[in-house]
Ligand binder design. Structure first.
Ligand code: NAD
Length: 472
């Protein structure tokens, strides 16, 4: 077992100033695989001081210097792909095939995209008799969750560094090992001391201290809506910029005439990916009442191909959930849905057969779900698909928009124009048309309680810049 006692602060690994430890548990075996320091206010103070000390110097670097350092960082991510995937599989339980393609591959794609974006970004714009300069906001607090642990780190840290900001990262308690691996890669890339800092610790202690720190200029938070609200309140008191990537309850709407079988198959794959622990997952499938039973049968058939198992086996498509608390939460939602009158198509709250250890849940499809049920409104964060029937297009839109969230969604129709017209009426940050693929350069973020601001692409870089107008 690895026992780590250091934080990455001011360009070096230093003993944590706070005494406690966090145990990292492999969710497939329930064994402790490592400990990391439970940093608190003293570590956060040291990390923010290091980031502040480095801020002016890093902001003053030119595009070429930042590009050179970020290229070394990208190359480091490329060289460590196998180690990244194995680390995420060990601490999160993400199946190794998915971890390799997405948990390791996506951060590499995002880091690569920012090399191109930085190379072409216009940091100055002439407006009449003014020149508007885009300047780095300063010291960034990055607070990240466990479900796509490296992607969420890279989606904040890389554009922040590209913009000329310095960063203090507080990763999720469940997945600190890939964050430490990232810090090692940053260190090897040779950024100036203090440009990037890592403090592991509890959200309510280290996270809260970081979000409230008076010397932080911007807080970028990804996580639950409940914690996001607290972080935004704290940031508001300090008049800090804030970016929030929060939860979702996204709808996949299949309009009459669409390819129903494909829409349902893609939906099942989408909602079971990463064991259902994806903020943008299409957790609600909306089908016309005349096609409802056909859709339910198709979903049952597609779900039967997913058997939970050992995430280190390349054949496994569904791993365990991240921890015991999440497992109990997901089982509770399934039980609650059955109590409220939903029909169990497949899965259920019981432990999957043959898996005595590990935080495994049965992949579950629920039919006869109505908008007033808890599973139709709240984020479950597990492999649970709810199928709802709609009467007509207006009813479908009302259902699609009828939650507090607005992160993602899908629309399927016989022709593209019909799908686009519907998508433009959805209160959500991104919509995939007839199975359109995820684009790591397109802005990602939410409407309503799903958040404020955008990550990825040029919009993701602009989050870390503010403007200064000079008049001539
Ligand atoms: P969480 O809100 O519990 O924790 C997220 C991070 O915040 C962790 O690092 C945690 O330690 C920290 N934290 C906790 N309390 C804090 C506090 N009081 N002050 C400051 N920081 C604090 O979320 P989670 O359980 O780790 O992640 C799951 C949630 O994240 C889901 O709701 C999911 O939808 C959401 N999510 C959203 C996106 C997105 O881009 N919109 C992406 C991934 C996950």
């Amino acid at each position: 077992m690895q026992q780590h006692a250091d934080q990455y602060i001011g360009g070096a690994w230093r003993p944590s100033l706070d005494g406690g430890a966090i145990e990292v548990v492999d969710p497939a075996t329930e064994t402790v695989i490592a400990t990391v320091p439970a940093g608190a206010a003293a570590d956060i103070d040291a990390a923010v001081a290091a980031a502040r000390a480095a801020a002016r110097g890093w902001a003053a670097t030119g595009r070429e210097e930042r590009l050179a350092a970020l290229t070394r960082l990208r190359d480091g991510l490329a060289a460590a792909q196998a180690e990244i995937a194995a680390t995420v599989t060990a601490e999160l339980g993400s199946p190794i095939g998915f971890a390799t393609a997405v948990q390791a591959g996506l951060p590499l794609a995002v880091a690569s995209s920012y090399l191109e974006i930085l190379a072409g970004y216009a940091f100055e714009e002439r407006v009449g008799n003014s020149v508007v300069h885009a300047e780095p906001v300063g010291v960034v607090a990055a607070i990240t969750p466990w479900n796509y642990p490296l992607h969420q780190i890279v989606a904040k840290v890389v554009p922040a560094l590209a913009a000329g900001c310095t960063v203090v990262l507080k990763p999720a308690e469940d997945t600190p090992l890939v964050a430490r691996l990232f810090a090692r890669i940053v260190d090897e890339a040779g950024f100036p001391a203090g440009v990037f800092n890592l403090v592991t610790g509890a959200g309510t202690v280290a996270g809260a201290a970081l979000a409230a720190h008076p010397d932080v200029d911007l807080v970028s938070f990804t996580g639950s809506t409940a914690v996001g609200r607290t972080v935004a309140e704290t940031a508001g008191r300090g008049i800090k910029r804030v970016a929030l990537e929060l939860g979702g309850k996204s709808a996949n709407v299949v309009l009459p005439g669409a390819d129903l079988a494909r829409a349902v198959n893609v939906n099942v794959a989408n909602v079971f990916a990463n064991s259902g622990q994806t903020c943008s997952a299409w957790t609600r499938l909306l089908v016309h009442q005349d096609q409802y039973e056909e859709a339910v049968e198709l979903a049952a058939k597609a779900a039967a191909k997913y058997t939970p198992g050992d995430p280190t086996d390349p054949a496994t498509r569904l791993g365990p959930l991240v921890n015991a608390r999440q497992l109990e939460r997901v089982r509770g939602y399934i039980r609650g849905a059955l109590d409220q009158g939903a029909r169990l198509v497949t899965g259920g709250p019981d432990r999957p057969d043959g898996l005595e250890r590990g935080h495994y849940v049965r992949p579950t499809v629920l039919a006869d779900v109505t908008a007033d049920m808890t599973v139709a409104q709240e984020e479950i964060f597990g492999p649970v698909l709810s199928i709802l029937a709609y009467r007509d297009e207006e009813h479908a839109l009302e259902l699609a928009n009828g939650t507090q969230y607005g992160l993602a969604g899908g629309v399927w129709a016989a022709d593209q124009d019909t799908a686009v017209a519907f998508a433009l009426r959805m209160d959500t940050g991104q919509v995939d048309i007839n199975g359109g693929r995820f684009n790591p350069r397109a802005p990602f973020g939410g409407h309503k309680s799903s958040g404020i601001g955008r990550e990825l692409g040029t919009h993701g870089l602009a989050e870390y810049l503010h403007t200064k107008s000079l008049q001539f």
